[in-house]
Design a protein. Structure first.
Length: 198
């Protein structure tokens, strides 16, 4: 069987088209091949098999491109993260060093006053008091359940997987509860998808 190689648009690769056998005009081979490709019809087992095999080739090509792009992104991201970490460390060194130098000065400025901050043209030197709390969440939850249940947060969600098994549906697609009530806030529509498995 003669195989014709049709060059598609620049974004496509060369595609063999056994079932697109119309002559290609020599003055515009790419355009003619494009028209033949889009005019292709599946008419029998042979053309169906060709179409399915071609889908598989394009799917493999897509995966190759996806894998390549992911690898490039991962490499670029790793380089950028390393650069960011290096620059962050350098900046943090300066920030920590100068912040430590500013603290004694700020303490002198607010000493003997009720102020907790001192303003400079380029920033405000602030003192804030907070408390670091250490807690055992499991023991605390057990205690609160028994002694102060009003402080227990309960998140309620619908067990949709179980509920939908009990629902009926109207012809218009509305859900009908087990008790017969129509739920106008739950609906469904039929969606049919088609794909080629390989």
């Amino acid at each position: 069987m003669e195989t014709m190689l049709a060059t598609m648009t620049p974004a496509r690769t060369v595609l063999d088209v056994d079932y697109i056998a119309a002559p290609v005009a020599t003055e515009a081979p790419a355009q003619a091949a494009e028209e033949q490709y889009h005019g292709f019809m599946v008419t029998d087992m042979k053309s169906a098999e060709w179409a399915a095999a071609t889908v598989a080739r394009w799917a493999r090509r897509k995966k190759e491109i996806d894998d390549f792009v992911k690898a490039e992104i991962a490499e670029y991201t790793a380089r950028m993260k390393a650069y960011q970490q290096q620059m962050d460390a350098e900046c943090d060194d300066h920030i920590v060093f100068l912040t430590e130098k500013l603290r004694p000065f700020a303490e002198q400025q607010i000493n003997g006053t009720k102020k907790k901050s001192f303003r400079l043209p380029s920033g405000t030197l602030q003192f804030r008091t907070s408390y670091d709390v250490t807690k055992d969440d499991k023991k605390l939850l057990a205690y609160v359940k028994d002694e102060a249940p009003e402080f227990v947060k309960v998140e309620e969600t619908v067990k949709w997987g179980d509920l939908k098994k009990k629902l009926d549906w109207t012809e218009s697609g509305l859900a009908v509860a087990p008790g017969g009530e129509v739920l106008d806030f739950v609906s469904r529509k039929e969606v049919t998808t088609f794909k080629v498995e390989f």
